[in-house]
Design a protein around this ligand. Structure first.
Ligand SMILES: C[S@@+](CC[C@H](N)C(=O)[O-])C[C@H]1O[C@@H](n2cnc3c(N)ncnc32)[C@H](O)[C@@H]1O
Length: 247
């Protein structure tokens, strides 16, 4: 992989992670999206991964501090000005494509809003041959997948406020992942925005953001475990019990 590519974008990932969280409110500092994305991309390459699914696509040509955030005007996207990109939302599938292009992954990006998919097409145009763009509800999409067919699932639908609909939807996604056994045995789930401070600033008591229901589910009945924590969480399948565990 071109880890140098991710290194090039690191200042943006680090800075926009830093401003999205608040160590005092969220119980301490949280590792940057850079760390968790890097872990997932390295893992993907090491095990010869093929398929990535992003739930909730890249929807803005520019970040929230600039005029035109969430506008449909494609001229707002400047491929040569990464400082203008929407790092606050993560730019996940663009980073996956840029870093893993040489390995030729299949990247499915899914969004319920057609205009958001159109924007993602523009933003990821350079890597279009790697992508399949889906206008769909994320849960319906997950239900359509074959068991074990995904090496890396990125959970990022919905907004940080109001948090309740996003958190409830992420639980439905988690249940669909478990029921359809979507993730390959040594695949990973990456959850964005777990340490985002917006819900807590608005009075939410959980420190898990959109994952407040999905995380207990995935680490309980879902049989996953957290393998790396930070602003985002990385989950892998819980190690199978051996016979000796029963004694
Ligand atoms: C925070 S943005 C995703 C950001 C993107 N992953 C990135 O890294 O830049 C959340 C997206 O979730 C989408 N969304 C909301 N509900 C959805 C649903 N039920 N199914 C699919 N997408 C949904 C929204 O339309 C929005 O584009």
């Amino acid at each position: 992989m071109s880890l140098e590519v991710l290194d090039r974008y690191r200042p943006f990932l680090d800075e926009h992670t830093r401003v999205a969280t608040d160590p005092q409110l969220m119980g301490g500092p949280a590792a940057s999206r850079y760390e968790t994305m890097r872990f997932c991309f390295e893992h993907f390459l090491e095990r010869g991964g093929r398929t990535i699914v992003e739930l909730g696509t890249i929807r803005s040509f520019v970040h929230g501090g600039l005029p035109g955030c969430n506008s449909d005007d494609p001229s707002l996207f400047d491929p040569k000005r990464p400082d203008t990109w929407d790092w606050g939302a993560g730019c996940f599938s663009l980073m996956a494509a840029a870093c893993l292009a040489e390995a030729g992954p299949r990247i499915h990006t899914v969004d319920i809003v057609p205009a958001h998919i159109e924007r993602c097409r523009v933003i990821t145009a350079e890597y279009a041959e790697l992508f399949e763009y889906h206008v769909a509800d994320s849960v319906e999409f997950l239900r359509s997948l074959q068991a074990g067919s995904v090496d890396l699932v990125y959970l990022d639908t919905g907004d940080m406020w109001p948090i309740e609909p996003s958190a409830r939807h992420q639980l439905r996604e988690a249940k669909a992942i478990k029921r359809a056994r979507v993730v390959a045995d040594d695949g990973l789930i990456l959850i964005d925005d777990v340490r985002n401070a917006t819900p807590v600033r608005n009075g939410e008591t959980s420190l898990l953001g959109k994952s407040k229901y999905s995380l207990p589910y995935l680490t309980g009945r879902g049989r996953f475990e957290v393998v790396l924590g930070g602003y985002q969480l990385v989950l892998g399948r819980r190690a199978r019990r051996t016979a000796s565990d029963h004694y």
